[in-house]
Design a protein around this ligand. Structure first.
Ligand SMILES: [Zn+2]
Length: 53
């Protein structure tokens, strides 16, 4: 989640939308504890479109 737009950055975590530089270990129901995971190309594209709107 980025502070300027309130939307996830295109390169934010695949599972929880947190930026890589502040991610560390996070817990989400789908995958439990995880490190930052590269988002899919489709996810990046959808996030970029969302930020453009
Ligand atoms: Zn994550």
């Amino acid at each position: 989640m980025s502070r300027d737009t309130g939307l996830p950055a295109p390169n934010a975590c695949r599972w929880c939308d947190v930026d890589k530089d502040v991610h560390l270990q996070r817990w989400v129901p789908a995958v439990k504890w995880h490190g930052w995971t590269e988002p899919t190309d489709a996810q990046r594209k959808a996030r970029m479109l969302a930020r453009r709107a």
